[in-house]
Design a protein around this ligand. Sequence first.
Ligand code: SAH
Ligand code: SF4
Length: 365
Amino acid sequence: MSAEEPRPDLGGVERPALEAAVTALGHDRFRARQIFQAIHRRGLTAVEEMTDLPASLRAELTTGFSLTTPRVLARNRSSDGTEKFLLGLEDGRRIESVFIPDTPTMTFCVSTQVGCAMGCAFCLTGRMGLVRNLSAAEIVGQVRVLRGAVALAATSFNVVLMGMGEPLHNYDQTMTALRILADKDGVGLPPRRVTLSTVGLLPGLERLAREPVMPNLAISLHAPTDVQRGALVPVNRKYGIAEIIDACRRFPLKRRSRITFEYVLLAGVNDSPGDARRLAELLANLKAKVNLIPLNPAAGIPFERPSDEAVDRFAGVLADRGVTVSVRKSRGRDIRAACGQLIVEGPRRSAGQQLARLAFSEPRP
Ligand code: SAH
Ligand code: SF4
């Protein structure tokens, strides 16, 4: 007996493919738009609810496709408004997504994999190893569920791919998800509102550089030399810093946009003024900005968070050298929001941010 073919999930089908499927079934093309809108705009979770479709089409869709929605298993609200969601998938796997309010826009931080194969030394997700890739439907589904849960129908928002997983290690599903989210008949999320954070998988970066629809890019750098980075980010032994920086130099950027370099600060490991100087040299002549992330410590992570003074000093060295720098405010610490992977600059700025802002408000010679 052969195993039954899994039915494609309607929530992960791009509109043109949906049009092809609907016309192949002998229906009008506009039905595809209705289905797409029902899922991505109206947030319907079952084909039976699409009562504006002919019953025959509903029956055909139910036979030919699934339509899954991640279930909210737990929801934790931090004192600063950040909300972490534990979501359950069809196969019982669990992922985390986070809602971050007012930064200054609403931001959803979503996962692209269950676990991650990259094994970065300070990352809890890395500890899990890769369990499986998420489908495009599951990536898009996180946005749908979180939007519904926080009742954010009309307002504009950002999406950051900074939850669990390495997006460029699940390239096709991630890009399909971004195209679905960008589609004006659905969420209509402009690509400039999306940031893809990657450890720097070179082949993926090069593919991304050729995409017609391109998110903002954030590179998780974390160290200025290959020796240091190799100890923190194992994949650096395959794709070293020089190659990543080269790829960034070639990356097509819009006139005003920059590449973000994320840098998790670990006490006594990569947080010295010398490290900051080397980082500034590395990024010289690049359209770059640095986002410093003081480690979110957790049991089992063999590193410590640096003192606020060390963070300020590091930011100061960068700012003095003309590098745009921000310090990620640690939000949702009381709910241990996803590995501390949340980009945010809240209204209350840390001393480091204030220092950095001060440094930028005056043009440097
Ligand atoms: N895999 C991608 C995206 C997910 S991780 C990447 O690595 O870029 C998103 C960000 O969270 C990365 O910059 C990562 O280095 C950071 N991060 C992981 N664990 C962290 C921790 N314990 N404290 C602070 N930041 C962490
Ligand atoms: Fe994977 Fe990113 Fe964590 Fe590294 S930091 S293990 S790439 S999720």
